[in-house]
Design a protein around this ligand. Structure first.
Ligand SMILES: Cc1ncc(COP(=O)(O)O)c(C=O)c1O
Length: 400
């Protein structure tokens, strides 16, 4: 009899976390590694949010709360959806979890039965397929191509839907490509979904606030009100508010789904940290003016990285609309050999050799379901990015 569960055997550990840990180890051993693998902003949490947390501690707001969030935070979330997305939700339609990850996981746990399929456009955030597997479902990855800037076409979505499809996971702007769907592009997808009433939509809007060049963010239930009754709109404070460590994510949708998610959470982790919840109330209700300067810095870094990578022979890097990632293709480098004799057979070999021979940590594309590519997180200083791009360029030039 196996000690570990059969379900867990199907799941891989997160490769982004593994690479970040490997880079940290090399750094600790004295190597001058530049890490471009972590998925978090390098900015600090705004002071007013930290102050709200300190005030919550001082006021003794340090006890258990309702399992899926305090009413004050649910109200702040409803106000946010109304103000920013034109979506009307009541607090009973809102679930707050320990990070966006938990709310997505709860929804999958609450709804998937063996055989249920979940459509996931690739490249995808590494956790989607494994969360689906943990919840007992079947992930169905559909590869979006470089030619469509990593965006799924309506034809691809239509072709992937079967009678077993339960969810379509939509993520814009995307981790790992940064691709953001315009309202028109999204409407083309929601038109397909309107023809398949058994398919639910899980929209992961985590990078909503990180958009550039006037890109207008849109979310499925807003673009197609006909989908409101079968859409879970997911979001969180981790990325936009630079609050990754505080662990607050949230989702809104039909009340019966939210109640089922509450059941999962109440029998697993119970409420997210009471102090973080009060900080999130301030994040959503307080001033939003830090978002502008943060995005100016992110856009400058995006432009720097895209230009530097596109100047490399054998590499192609589309310019994404948002998030803080780019996802260059290394098609032109496959088959070459490094000075130390490693053959670049695939993107994993590329990323491994880049770390070992050029001290730059990136995540290989296979982890995100689309190869041959790699992901650069540009949430680091301009100086570090300039140096990292110079090292990547020198490494690629050294390949024969
Ligand atoms: C697309 C996407 N969704 C959700 C999450 C989870 O965010 P959190 O840190 O709030 O759990 C991440 C984090 O990397 C992400 O990239």
């Amino acid at each position: 009899m196996s000690f570990l569960s059969k379900t867990l055997e199907r799941v891989k550990p997160s490769p982004t976390i593994a690479i970040t840990a490997m880079a940290a180890e090399l750094k600790a051993a004295g190597r001058d590694v530049i890490g471009l693998s972590a998925g978090e902003p390098d900015f600090d949490t705004p002071q007013n949010i930290k102050d709200a947390a300190v005030a919550a501690i001082a006021a003794g707001k340090t006890k258990y709360t309702a399992p899926d969030g305090i009413i004050e935070l649910k109200q702040a979330i409803c106000a946010k959806f109304e103000r920013e997305n034109g979506l009307s939700y009541q607090p009973a339609q809102v679930s707050v979890g320990t990070g966006g990850k938990q709310t997505l996981y709860n929804a999958l746990m609450a709804t998937l039965n063996p055989g249920d399929e979940v459509i996931i456009p690739a490249p995808y955030w590494v956790s989607y397929p494994d969360m689906v597997l943990l919840a007992g479902g079947t992930p169905v990855a559909v590869e979006a191509s470089l030619e469509t800037d990593f965006k799924l076409t309506p034809e691809q979505l239509e072709a992937a839907i079967t009678p077993k499809t339960k969810w379509f996971i939509f993520n814009s702007p995307s981790n790992p490509s940064g691709a953001g769907y315009s309202r028109t592009e999204l409407k083309a997808l929601t038109d397909v979904l309107m023809r398949h009433p058994h398919v639910w939509v899980m929209s992961d809007d985590m990078y909503e606030h990180l958009v550039f060049d006037g890109f207008e963010f849109a979310t499925p239930a807003q673009v197609e009100p006909g989908l409101y009754e079968r859409t879970l709109t997911c979001n969180g404070v981790s990325k936009g508010y630079a609050m990754t460590g505080w662990r607050i994510g949230y989702a809104a949708g039909p009340q019966h789904l939210i109640a089922a998610m509450r059941k999962v959470q109440s029998q697993s982790t119970s409420n997210p940290s009471s102090i973080s919840q009060w900080a999130a109330v301030e994040a959503l209700n307080g001033p939003q003016d830090f978002l502008g300067p943060n995005n100016v810095a992110f856009k400058r870094r995006r432009d720097l990285v895209v230009a530097a990578l596109n100047a490399i022979d054998g590499m192609t890097c589309p310019t994404p609309e948002g998030a803080f990632y780019v996802y260059p293709s290394i098609k032109g480098l496959i088959g070459k050999t490094t000075p130390k004799g490693t053959v670049i057979e695939d993107d994993k070999a590329f990323a491994t050799a880049l770390l070992a021979e050029a001290d730059v940590a990136v995540v290989f594309g296979a982890a995100f379901g689309l190869s041959p590519n790699f992901r650069v997180s540009y949430a680091t200083s301009d100086e570090a990015l300039t140096e990292a791009c110079a090292r990547i360029a020198a490494f690629c030039a050294s390949l024969t």
